[in-house]
Design a protein around this ligand. Sequence first.
Ligand code: ADP
Length: 375
Amino acid sequence: MRGVILCHRPLRLLLIEDEPDHAALIRRHLAGANDSQVTMEWVDRLAAGLARLEQGGIDAVLLDLRLPDSDTPQTLPRVVSQMPHVPIVVLTAFDDMDLAMQEARQGAQDYLVKSEITGALLLRSVRYAMERMQSQTALQRYAAELERSNQELDQFAHVVSHDLKAPLSVINCACEILQRKYADHQTPESAELLAHSGAAAQRMGALIDDLLQYASVGGRHNPFDTTACDAALDEALANLQPQIAASGATVTRDALPTVVGDKAQLAELFQNLIGNAIKYRSDAPPLIHISAQRTTNEWLFCVRDNGIGIEPQQADRVFVLFQRLATSQIPGTGIGLAVCKKIVQRHGGRIWVESAGQTGSTFYFTIPPQLPSVS
Ligand code: ADP
């Protein structure tokens, strides 16, 4: 459909090229293509080209990077920054793939080697550049819209959670006072009702705290930095010290790598996984081991426990928000592993669990060795 529109619409090209001979040659090639729908204007300076683009009506630019009034490396960025939505075909003297890639990164949609130009090639390249620009623009629009709605959602969750906490703490307080001060005036029925209300308010408080934690993974924008995972694990273990001591857990660890990431979130990730390993323990004292190994193109981390295990058919469910397994009698909100998944995904990795049930679980997650493009 897009191709049909482009074929039938008159095309107006702008050639920015300082060599009159080259300009004449390109004009001849274009005439040879015999397409009356295509017209071309020519300017020999960048300033004149930018001024012409400002007037509008140009569908695509044929751009020589070496111009008398522009440093070669600056030519393309200058056109792109002034006219970000005009498709550009760079005209180059060299058939150099690296150069082509570099130009594509700077914003050109295609490139042509001058000595190889024919009329048909020129038109094909221009139409391809226009289609590419259309898709790029649509993609940028969707990405911006997605980013905006994600931020809105995070902000919404944050505000709602905060606003829920205030009235909840009033309810909590009232239950406590009623239980403490009026203990002698309660009937067994009212005492039970009060105890239920207090417990429900506390569960709701835990839910709100976990939801806040979930919302803040996307909303918080700590820049990624070189992060020693050993230090992130130290932080998690220090926070878990009371649970480790109370359960008699033994935590062992291998040396962990340094990655590019958000240290606070990596600590949160370890803390959630190790906290669960303690929480979902079997009758045996918890044994937890943390390790990492380098695979071909990522770091593979592993948190292994000897707890109650997870049935293999439930392995994907546990990462879904609010999903708790029927087998677990232990209180919780079903948010911790969804937080883990969000953190790992923000770092460009994957997370999953393997368990044969009853013999313990092994949680795996990956982190790419380089910086993901979006943090
Ligand atoms: P919560 O612990 O608050 O329920 P999570 O999202 O952390 O929420 O975990 C989801 C469910 O996955 C838990 O309810 C539990 O059934 C199961 N689970 C998580 N970690 C483990 C583990 N290490 N061993 C066994 N089951 C686990």
